[in-house]
Design a binder for this molecule. Structure first.
Ligand code: C5P
Length: 218
């Protein structure tokens, strides 16, 4: 395919989402936040009282999920759920629905439709490995659990919420272990991915580093 695609995969808290938005703006390309799709599905399923561990109940919903992305807002049946899907609870629901192979398969086409000219920047866990294996540039963004926990800690404090740093580090380690060892679409870099470790880098430095690759590849 000739549509330029740049994928950014990696664990949560590495700044993937921010990087994806900055790159999409800078390049004037389309943006896909695949995590938002799983989060919207988790929210919709929970609201309908579906069993989040039952793929048979979730697959029809995933196939017909009434979600739309409009100028950085996420709409579910027309309702703006942009902030609602960012809670820890929605993240947990997302990771439960995302564990089912049938659910992931049901969301594949929808994700692939985002690939349109002039190009696409897409972020998630398996964008370079499963969704867009043909992508010309694949970034795997990582950072130490401690730094990711610290970033999350600051975010929570800024929102005036309570947070415990040691607890956040433990949670992140646990979620990493689960994401990397799950049988379906485990979190791991594509063979041809460029590894970027943002532990000691600012978001501006990460952006510069990736733009270097963009100029080299596209
Ligand atoms: O990236 P974000 O934190 O919004 O993703 C929420 C959850 O959705 C993740 O914890 C992960 O379990 C799941 N996810 C996934 N595959 C993707 C994107 C997200 O399994 N491509």
């Amino acid at each position: 395919t000739s549509i330029p695609i740049l994928t950014i995969d990696g664990p949560s808290g590495t700044g993937k989402g921010t990087l994806m938005q900055l790159l999409a703006e800078r390049l004037g390309w389309h943006a896909l936040d695949s995590g938002a799709l799983y989060r919207a599905l988790g929210l919709a399923a929970a609201r309908q009282g579906l069993d989040l561990d039952d793929p048979q109940a979730l697959i029809p919903l995933a196939t017909a999920l009434p979600v739309e992305f409009q100028a950085r807002r996420v709409l579910l049946s027309g309702e703006d759920v942009t902030d609602t899907i960012r809670t820890e609870e929605a993240g947990l629901a997302a990771s439960r629905v995302a564990a089912h192979p049938g659910v992931r398969a049901a969301l594949l086409d929808r994700q692939r439709h985002f690939a349109r000219l002039p190009g696409l920047v897409a972020d998630g866990r398996d964008l370079g490995t499963v969704v867009f294996p043909q992508a010309r540039l694949k970034i795997f963004l990582d950072a130490s659990p401690e730094v990711r926990a610290e970033r999350r800690y600051k975010q929570l404090k800024e929102k005036g919420l309570n947070a415990n740093l040691a607890r956040l580090v433990a949670d992140i380690r646990e979620r990493d272990a689960r994401d990397r060892s799950r049988p379906v679409a485990p979190l791991c870099p594509a063979e041809d991915a460029v590894l970027v470790d943002s532990t000691q880098m600012s978001i501006a430095e990460v952006l510069d580093r990736v733009l270097e690759e963009v100029r080299r590849v596209f």
